[in-house]
Design a protein around this ligand. Sequence first.
Ligand code: MLT
Length: 261
Amino acid sequence: MPYLEFNDATFHYHVKGDGPVALFLHGFPFDASMWAEQMDDLAGLRRCVAIDLRGFGRSERSARPVLTMEDHADDLATFLTKTSVVAGVDLVGLSMGGYVALAFAQRYPDQVRSLALLDTRATADTEEAKAGRDVAEALVVREGRSAFAATLIDALLAEEASPWMKARVRTMIEATPTETIVAALEGMKQRPDRTQVMAHAQIPMAVIVGEHDRWVSVDDAQRMAESTGASFTVVPGAGHMTPIEQPGAVVSALRALWLKT
Ligand code: MLT
């Protein structure tokens, strides 16, 4: 399990396989372990790298009161320089990882070979979504991570998800420092609309969404794909956590995307 120090913090990441680099970005409040199945299955095709974003997973705790998508994008750029990746990456991001992927694609367009966006959106938070984040912050501060996880688990996964899948998601949420949860909620509130970043990108792009995702509806994801020229895949039997709930379907969608690079 490698660690690397840069930008005043120590970052943890997983690496598997050889070939062009695919960089996997986890959602909120999760960590890089959510990509384990995809890294196993795609290691013959890519050097699969999954990083714990600043403040998450086994990366160093963060003292920043706000963790913006731009902060994470800049960390990734330094990470790629430090690990001598010069040929660009196939970016794969779920939900908040998708917001980060779009921030990265905007700031470092030459570094992105393809973009896979799972269960995410290119638009900014609505006022309602921002208010929901304030409620979430108050809840996690008042009642702690377990209570926060309890409010999320059933909403994150499809009804058919196994207890083991639910346990995996709970473990990730409970292992995320409370201050990271609050700082990330603040950072997500601040993110701008990046629909135009996608619309202008001249690279292969895929939008992938779980059939039962309660965070990003199939209709919203389809609109996002159609307005930006991305391919569109609905993953049957999955909620918001498609890589954990239906790992094989996500692997197939990524293979199909990468054939276009
Ligand atoms: C995620 O899974 O990363 C979150 O649902 C993103 C969000 O809260 O907008």
